[in-house]
Write a protein that binds this ligand. Structure first.
Ligand code: PMP
Length: 423
C-alpha cells in the first residue's frame, strides 16, 4: 500500500502532517478509542483524527445520524431545519456566539473571521502569536509550526506552502508577537495600533505544546483590542467543545468578539463555524463582507453536529469530568513512568488534551520554549509508542475522548514505560 501510495499521491500522503518516517499507519477501520490497521494490529488512538472524534471513532450516535441523513439527501445547498437547530445550539452553548456561519474546515472559518475583521474595521493588518496555528491558508501561515516554518527561526515570517521553507513568501499585513508576554505585545500594538483589524490566538495554545495563557494575559490582550478598536478572535478549532461545552472561552471566562470552531463540533465530520457578536456578524448579513462555500452547512455534517452537540450538552456532567479525569490520569501515569525510567519528560495540559515534551525544563510557556525541547527524541518516542500499539500525534500531543477508559489509559502508561525504557 505504501509503495502504491508513493506512485500516485505526492509524497504518499494527503497531508504533510501525516508524513512520517518508515511505513505509515494504514488504517482498516476505527472503533471507539481504537484504530485497527490493515494487518489487524490494534492501536489505542490519541490522535482521534487530530481531535475531532471526541465521542470516539464511529460513535453509534454519530454513525446513525450520518447514515440517516445520507438516505434523506447528501447535499442540498438550501436551508434545512437541522442547520437552524445546530446554529441555535452553538448560540446557546458558546458565550461569544450571537450569530453563526458554517463552513467545512477550520482554515476556512479562520479565513472568514479575518476577512470579516478587516471588512468590519476597514483595517488591513492582523496580529498573531508565535507558534499558534490557524490553518494552512497563506495569510496566517507564518511562524506557526515547527514542521511548517523555517527550521530554527521561530520569528522568520518566511515559510509558506511547504516544509523546510522551500517556498517563501511574506505578508506585510501579518504581525507576529510572542505568546504570554504582555509587555512585548503592548510595545508591538503601540507601534501598529490603528492599523490592526484583529488579534487572533489559540486561547489555550495546543499546536506547539499545550500552553495555558498566563494569568491576566488574555484579559490584557482583550483590553489592548478594546483600546485600539481591533477585534479579538479566538481560534477554538481545537479547544471548542473540548474544554467545556462553550470552549476555552467558557473555561477561561473571557468572551472574544469572534471565534472559530471545527474539529470536535461534528464528532468527526467536516464542519466549521465562524461565530461572533451580532453587530460584527451583521456585516455578513448585509453583504458588506462576502462569505461563501459550496459545501457550507452540509446536511450530513450538520446531522453529525446535531447528534454530537446533543451528547456534549445533555451529558456535560459526565463528558467533561471524564475527559479531564482521563487526561489527568494519563499525565500523572506518564510522569511517574518517566521518573522510574529516568527520562526527562515534561507533561502539560488541562486534561482533554495532553502534551509530552522531552526536556529538562520544568515549564514551557511559549513557542520558543517548545522549540527548544528535544523534538527529535520526542519523535523517536512517538515511533516507539506506535510500535507498541499506542498512536499519538508525533510532536507529543494526546487527545482524549469519551470512548477511552481508565483501563485504556493504564495500559497506555504501562506501554509508555516500556517505550521510555527503550528510549
Ligand atoms: N486552527 C487551529 C487552532 C487548528 O488546530 C487547526 C487544525 N489543526 C486549524 C485552525 C485548521 O483547521 P483545518 O485543518 O480543519 O483546516
Amino acid at each position: 500500500l505504501a509503495a502504491r501510495a508513493q506512485r500516485v499521491l505526492a509524497g504518499g500522503v494527503s497531508s504533510d502532517a501525516r508524513r512520517m518516517p518508515g511505513v505509515p499507519l494504514f488504517v482498516d477501520h476505527a472503533q471507539g478509542a481504537h484504530l485497527i490497521d490493515v494487518d489487524g494490529t490494534r492501536y489505542v488512538d490519541y490522535v482521534l483524527g487530530q481531535g475531532p472524534a471526541i465521542l470516539g471513532h464511529s460513535s453509534p450516535v454519530v454513525a446513525a445520524a450520518v447514515a440517516a441523513q445520507a438516505r434523506r439527501g447528501v447535499v442540498y445547498s438550501a436551508q434545512h431545519e437541522a442547520e437552524v437547530e445546530v446554529a441555535e445550539a452553538v448560540c446557546r452553548l458558546v458565550p461569544s456566539a450571537e450569530r453563526v456561519r458554517f463552513n467545512s474546515v477550520g482554515s476556512e472559518a479562520v479565513h472568514g473571521a479575518l476577512r470579516l475583521a478587516r471588512g468590519h474595521t476597514g483595517r488591513a493588518k492582523v496580529l498573531k502569536f508565535e507558534g499558534h496555528y490557524h490553518g494552512w491558508f497563506d495569510p496566517v501561515l507564518y511562524s506557526v509550526h515547527p514542521d511548517l516554518s523555517r527550521a530554527g527561526d521561530p520569528h522568520a515570517p518566511s515559510a509558506v506552502g511547504g516544509t523546510g521553507g522551500q517556498q517563501l513568501s511574506s505578508s506585510a499585513d501579518l504581525v507576529v508577537a510572542p505568546w504570554n508576554d504582555l509587555a512585548a505585545l503592548t510595545a508591538i500594538v503601540d507601534r501598529e495600533g490603528t492599523d490592526l483589524a484583529a488579534i487572533i490566538l489559540e486561547p489555550i495554545l495546543c499546536n506547539t505544546g499545550v500552553i495555558m495563557p498566563k494569568p491576566g494575559f488574555l484579559e490584557g490582550v482583550q483590553k489592548l483590542c478594546a483600546d485600539i478598536g481591533a477585534l479579538l478572535v479566538f481560534d477554538e478549532i481545537i479547544t471548542g467543545f473540548r474544554m467545556a461545552p462553550g470552549g476555552a472561552q467558557e473555561y477561561l471566562g473571557i468572551t472574544p468578539d469572534l471565534a472559530t470552531f471545527g474539529k470536535a463540533m461534528a464528532g468527526g465530520m467536516q464542519l466549521s463555524a465562524l461565530v461572533g457578536k451580532a453587530e460584527v456578524m451583521d456585516d455578513i448579513a448585509t453583504g458588506k463582507v462576502a462569505h461563501a462555500g459550496t459545501f457550507n452547512s452540509h446536511p450530513v455534517a450538520i446531522a453529525a453536529a446535531k447528534a454530537t452537540l446533543a451528547v456534549l450538552d445533555e451529558q456535560r456532567d459526565v463528558v467533561y469530568p471524564t475527559l479531564f479525569d482521563l487526561g489527568n490520569r494519563l499525565a500523572e501515569g506518564l510522569r511517574a513512568a518517566a521518573a522510574r525510567t529516568g527520562v526527562p519528560l515534561l507533561v502539560t495540559g488541562p486534561g482533554p488534551v495532553v502534551q509530552t515534551y522531552v526536556t529538562e525544563a520544568t515549564e514551557v510557556s511559549d513557542y520558543r520554549d517548545f522549540a527548544a525541547t528535544d523534538r527529535a527524541t520526542m519523535a523517536r518516542l512517538h515511533q516507539l509508542l506506535l510500535d507498541r500499539g499506542v498512536n499519538i500525534v508525533p510532536r507529543g500531543l494526546w487527545f482524549l475522548s469519551t470512548a477511552h477508559t481508565a483501563d485504556d489509559v493504564d495500559q497506555t502508561v504501562a506501554v509508555a514505560e516500556e517505550a521510555l525504557a527503550a528510549l
